[in-house]
Ligand binder design. Structure first.
Ligand SMILES: [Zn+2]
Length: 408
């Protein structure tokens, strides 16, 4: 690990078992952890203004290298003062490497299904060649030929001006066999070295870099990757790739990976963010989470809710809600629940009114912000075990935070 307080300083403020709270000091501010990171894929959190995302309490968003390099392009964003200024955000931004998206073009939908993430629909986009230098592919926007490799990814992220960049990696899908996963991981490690060499010479002085641990579900590979990335000159570690076929295997893979990581460095669990996964990830010592779930669910008329039996969500478009005067979730402090009924959101969602998506995004992001905020309070009060159990049992975050008794 590298220790350079000008780029990043991570202060662990409390521990409760393996769970911890911390403060991540980066170039554009401070992030309280554990934190959920909304996706600002194309420079916006779906349907919201940057000021609304700030008002929800978020301190960090994730921009997407793959989409922003294709349009409006890193040069244009740099001319306009970088992504932060371009989107009027004013707080910290992490950018992914684009590796997940270019390899999704190649690996198809299996990995997306397993991780509950949506890859780029094929359209015009397709992979032409994967090699030691990177990936040659066709843009889904105009069919133009593009290339993304470790140096190119770091150059795009430098132009975007994020405060945390991720190194370029291959996200191996669950269906890849052990041999492929091992060879891919070795290449990802060579790419790690190239990313860091490029960044050392040409990267923004105050941009931190997180290395990515791959290795699929194989314990020896995860261990090798965790040790290799921890030994590199990175400022933090992200855990990527397939984490297994179900949630139980996922917990096992996270636990075995975490056991080989530097305990003092920030840890980002990539692409994970359902309510139960958040409390389980926090229990295993993860600090940062990003996920498409809150915004993607909103697009499909789904609200997050304390419903463990239905994956913590319900479909507000269902007929039974057409005359329901109650809020999406009783007691929820969000703008949608404060002023509007399920019947109204039901009607807007069925009519495909933009306001319906907006209200659901506001609700879903409020729900997850309250969940991680409650987790931070519980860890500081040494009662995270009770908080976690309450969330898993279907208690809403704001009540779980208030119900679990404080430590004496
Ligand atoms: Zn709400």
């Amino acid at each position: 690990m590298r220790s350079d307080p000008e780029r990043l300083r991570f202060e662990i403020t409390a521990r409760d078992g393996a769970a911890r709270t911390g403060r991540l000091h980066v170039a554009h501010g401070t992030v309280e952890t554990p934190a959920f990171i909304p996706l600002a894929t194309r420079g916006s959190v779906r349907s919201l203004a940057a000021s609304e995302v700030r008002d929800l309490g978020y301190e960090l968003v994730l921009g997407n290298t793959f989409h922003l390099m294709l349009s409006p392009g890193p040069g244009r964003v740099a001319e306009l003062g970088g992504l932060n200024r371009f989107m009027g955000w004013g707080r910290a931004i992490i950018t992914d490497s684009g590796g997940f998206q270019v390899f999704s073009l190649a690996h198809g939908r299996v990995a997306d299904e397993i991780k509950g993430r949506r890859g780029r629909r094929s359209g015009k986009g397709s992979v032409l060649e994967i090699g030691e230098q990177g990936v040659r592919f066709r843009s889904y926007l105009d069919g133009s030929e593009q290339f993304l490799g470790p140096q190119e990814s770091m150059a795009v992220q430098a132009a975007l001006g994020s405060v945390i960049a991720l190194t370029f990696d291959e996200c191996t899908p669950y269906h890849a066999d052990r041999d492929y996963t091992a060879r891919s991981m070795e290449r990802t490690h060579r790419w790690l070295d190239r990313c860091l060499a490029w960044h050392e010479g040409q990267g923004p002085r105050r941009q931190a870099v997180f290395g990515i641990v791959q290795g699929g579900v194989h314990e020896d590979l995860r261990r090798a990757a965790a040790e290799r990335v921890s030994a590199a000159a990175v400022d933090g570690v992200a855990i990527g790739g397939t984490l297994g076929r179900d949630k139980e295997e996922m917990r096992g893979v996270i636990a075995m990976t975490a056991s080989h990581l530097d305990t003092e460095a920030p840890r980002h669990l990539l692409g994970i963010g359902e309510p139960d996964d958040l409390v389980e990830g926090i229990a295993l010592g993860m600090d940062l989470f990003d996920c498409a779930v809150p915004t993607r669910l909103a697009r499909h008329g789904m609200a997050l809710a304390p419903l463990p039996g239905t994956r913590f969500r319900f479909d507000v478009r269902r007929a039974e809600f057409s005359g329901d005067e109650g809020p999406l979730v009783e007691g929820c402090p969000c703008a949608a629940c404060a002023d509007h009924s399920r019947a109204y959101v039901h009607f807007l969602s069925r009519a495909e009114e933009l306001t319906g998506v907006r209200l659901l995004v506001l609700h879903n992001l409020t729900y997850l912000e309250r969940l991680v905020r409650g987790a931070r309070q519980a860890i500081q009060g040494e009662r995270f075990g009770d908080y976690r159990q309450a969330i898993l049992n279907g208690v809403p975050p704001w009540r779980a935070a208030a119900l679990t008794p404080s430590a004496p």
